[in-house]
Design a protein around this ligand. Sequence first.
Ligand SMILES: [Zn+2]
Length: 86
Amino acid sequence: MIRNCMEDIVNNVITIVLNDYKEMCKCEKCIQDIKAIALNNLKPLYAVTSEGMVYSKMKELENQFRIDVINQLVSATEMVLKNPKH
Ligand SMILES: [Zn+2]
């Protein structure tokens, strides 16, 4: 199974970032937009793993890439906040 681990890290970190943006719309559309923008600016991190392995490796990877992911999510959130699609 091939998995983009960066996507999982983004999914974990986005909740923390959005907590700081009380004024940000939290609908599915806006959240998808933020994730797409952030993921386009982050290197994909593909891993061939079984489901169990992904989760044990995830914490390690999350710590390693956390700052980058937070930075990208913050700028993506600000972009969507200024130009909401609805
Ligand atoms: Zn929205």
